[in-house]
Design a protein around this ligand. Structure first.
Ligand code: C2E
Ligand code: CA
Ligand code: CA
Length: 713
């Protein structure tokens, strides 16, 4: 079995890869150039010598004698032309057509002369056998002409064609060697021409071992068969050559076969090494260029490609646009179907994006984010095509494609910055229903710079007292006396003026700086309260807003404790407000902090209940003292009968599980009255007062606008 396998491999029967075939074929065609060049020069010299030695003939008469030189010369010329045009990678090679046509014409003359000269005395079979090399030459020239006319243009199967031409040429060479040497033998000369030609064919060209065994075997046996009568004739005349010459002859055969086989294996080994190297290189390139999840390019490659595109002088950079693609709500998809399904979805989508923007740089940036550099024209139609695929996912989940665009202002724009700007433009339409495309424009730009400003200046704003606390009253629904305050942050900026939390809070959260602001608010609230107490004023509890990130970015409990101790604040005068969405995402960390707050004696209020993706589980898993009902239930309160039912239900629910309730955003007397009747204890809203600075609040307490309640619970 092993021997069999070894033999199959040694004899060249085992399958070679495409690359190996190509490698050997190309080596052969290259060698073909040297070989045929030598033949052409040598034979030209022989032809000229032949003519020179036979002066005074008419041109046609020269065809009647030795035409072998001419045949070999023509065959060499054809092969040389083919190999040269192949190496030069020409598509349309007129010289090739002319040469092959000329060779066909020349050969036709030779055949005609042969038939005229020998036609009468020979049978048809003898005639054909006599013209075998003429016919091979015609076949060679025709094949090449067909290649020139049809096949070469399509670059179709050039390798097989090259092999075929090589084989015909090799057979002509061998035939020439046999014929010439037989002629030499008849003149008692050596068989050097035969030896030259077989060495030439066996060693210059690379054959599969079994092919070279067959080719050389047939040649050697055929020649020996023709040579034997001469050897015997010499021995019969008293010579002693047959034995020795036969042995030498067959040893030569074996040696040549071995050389040929060893050349083949050497070349094959080379090609294997080469292929290994090329494959390793390919893998390396893939690693550097590809995104491993989706197989499309990564940002490293994208940036290089984008630079190339923009720097191409034939490209009008002002007609190009960078796109940032984001799938909204993809997280829900992942949560519902798991990461595996999410990954498969991204792979499919990556393909769609790549195929939609064919020829353009396309890459996956991270998560469900993709980057594209494409033409401005057609951008809407193309993104719409991708959007259709995003929307038509076969789940029930709502997925939407959000796209941000950025037009490069110059050729040398940094692609990373361009994609970042497109991403920012895209973030402007996050969660905005019906807004799916946003280009980076002046408005986005100024917002972008404002955001950068906020992030870069939060520290100095805290230090220089630009962060202020505004207080909004909370009242008892029955007496309307003030029972609490909510501390709300304001940023009074020297450059931008008054900034509202709706602007700076999301930015500080995105850049994970929110804890700096919150700690600053906590301290101000404690300081304000200490001052009021020291002045002997009656104080009410203040609720503090905690961002979900406060628990990650600092030890929120200890930070608050620090101020409480420093300013000696009773713990039941501070409430902790956390929003519902914080509880959905965060787990262990937040739970521990909640427990610590409770244990320390703070009450915890659940903010914005009913906004966003509510889950009643939050109520089951955590214990809160007060439920703050989101103000969205009060929008259109007067017209919308459903709001009343919902509010009523939430209040009863809170009551049922032992929680107090507070409704935010109360703006009308009607709403306040309704909530009081339904049993909502606390109210907060513009009806009772907007958030205001401490001085204003003090004035309003002093002038009797607010009565401070003595009741805490
Ligand atoms: P929030 O905690 O739900 O605060 C209530 C918001 O509703 C405040 O907006 C308040 O001015 C507004 N509001 C109160 N009554 C009414 C009303 O009757 N009608 C209407 N239309 N609005 C009313 P503000 O002060 O702009 O704060 C917005 C959000 O910013 C807050 O929502 C809170 O989530 C966040 N925030 C404010 N200050 C801080 C802070 O110090 N730290 C943290 N982490 N977040 C804060
Ligand atoms: Ca709040
Ligand atoms: Ca709220």
């Amino acid at each position: 079995m092993n021997f069999f396998r070894w033999a199959v491999k040694e004899l060249g029967f085992s399958k070679s890869s495409r690359y190996q075939k190509q490698y050997i074929n190309e080596t052969n065609i290259r060698t073909g150039i040297y070989m045929s060049f030598m033949v052409v020069v040598l034979e030209l010299w022989m032809i000229l010598r032949y003519i020179h030695q036979r002066p005074g003939r008419t041109p046609l008469e020269y065809f009647d004698g030795e035409t072998n030189y001419l045949i070999l010369f023509s065959a060499g010329l054809i092969l040389l032309t083919f190999a040269w045009r192949y190496g030069a990678g020409k598509k349309n090679f007129t010289a090739g057509k002319i040469i092959s046509a000329a060779v066909i014409a020349l050969d036709a003359v030779m055949i005609a002369r042969y038939v005229i000269l020998h036609g009468a005395e020979m049978t048809t079979g003898q005639l054909f056998f006599g013209m075998k090399y003429h016919l091979l030459l015609i076949a060679l020239a025709f094949s090449y002409l067909i290649y020139e006319l049809i096949i070469g243009k399509k670059e179709f199967r050039t390798d097989i064609y090259g092999q075929m031409l090589n084989i015909i040429f090799a057979v002509i060479c061998l035939g020439f060697g046999i014929e010439t040497s037989l002629y030499d033998i008849s003149r008692e000369r050596q068989i050097l021409c035969f030896i030259t030609m077989v060495s030439f064919v066996a060693c210059m060209l690379i054959w599969k071992p079994y092919v070279s065994l067959i080719l050389l075997g047939a040649t050697f046996l055929y020649f020996y068969y023709l040579w034997l009568p001469h050897l015997e004739a010499i021995d019969a005349a008293g010579g002693k050559v047959k034995d020795g010459d036969s042995i030498n002859f067959f040893i030569l055969w074996i040696v040549l076969a071995m050389i040929s086989i060893s050349i083949y294996h050497q070349r094959r080994l080379e090609s294997e090494k080469d292929e290994g190297l090329i494959n390793a290189n390919k893998t390396l390139n893939r690693v550097i260029q590809e995104d491993d999840l989706t197989g499309i390019h990564n940002m490293f490659y994208f940036n290089q490609e984008a630079v190339e595109v923009l720097n191409d002088p034939s490209v009008d950079f002002s007609r190009k646009i960078f796109l940032f693609l984001n799938i909204e709500n993809f997280k829900t998809y992942n949560d519902q179907f798991g990461y595996q399904a999410g990954n498969e979805y991204l792979q499919k989508l990556a393909e769609v994006i790549r195929d939609t923007f064919t020829g353009d740089p396309v890459a996956r940036q991270a998560d469900d984010h993709f980057a594209v550099l494409t033409d401005v024209s057609g951008v809407e139609e193309k993104t719409e095509r991708v959007r259709d695929v995003v929307r038509s996912n076969d789940s029930e989940i709502y997925l939407e494609l959000k796209v941000g665009g950025f037009r490069p202002p110059s050729r040398d724009v940094d692609p990373r910055m361009a994609v970042d700007s497109a991403r920012y433009a895209c973030s402007r339409i996050k969660n905005k229903y019906n807004l799916n495309y946003k280009e980076y424009d002046e408005e986005v730009d100024s917002r972008f710079h404002k955001n950068q400003y906020i992030v870069n200046h939060v520290d100095s704003a805290v230090k220089n007292g630009h962060i202020k606390v505004f207080y909004q009253p909370v009242v008892w629904s029955d007496t309307r006396e003030m029972c609490g305050l909510e501390a709300l942050a304001r940023w009074d900026d020297p450059k931008y003026g008054f900034l509202s939390p709706g602007v700076f809070i999301p930015v500080l959260e995105e850049y994970r700086q929110i804890h700096k602001l919150d700690a600053c608010i906590f301290e101000q609230v404690c300081r304000d309260m200490r001052e009021a107490m020291d002045k002997g004023k009656k104080v009410v509890p203040v609720s503090l807003n905690f961002s979900r990130l406060d628990f990650e970015l600092m030890d929120a409990v200890s930070v608050l404790e620090g101020y409480v101790e420093k300013y000696r604040i009773p713990k039941d005068y501070l409430h902790v407000e956390v929003t519902e969405s914080a509880l959905n995402e965060n787990t262990g960390l937040l739970e521990k902090s909640m427990d610590r707050f409770h244990a320390d004696g703070y009450s915890i209020w659940l903010d914005d209940f009913g906004s966003g993706y509510s889950s009643l589980n939050v109520l089951k898993d955590f214990s809160f003292d007060v439920l703050k009902i989101d103000m969205k239930f009060l929008t259109n309160f007067e017209k919308n009968g459903k709001s009343r039912i919902i509010l009523d239900t939430i209040i009863s629910l809170a009551d049922g599980i032992g929680m107090k309730s507070l409704t935010e955003g109360v703006e009308t007397e009607e709403a306040a009255e309704f909530l009081r009747k339904e049993g909502c204890g606390r109210l907060q809203g513009y009806l009772f007062g907007k958030p205001m600075p401490l001085e204003e609040l003090s004035e309003k307490i002093a002038d009797g606008t607010y009565t401070v309640s003595s009741k805490l619970e």
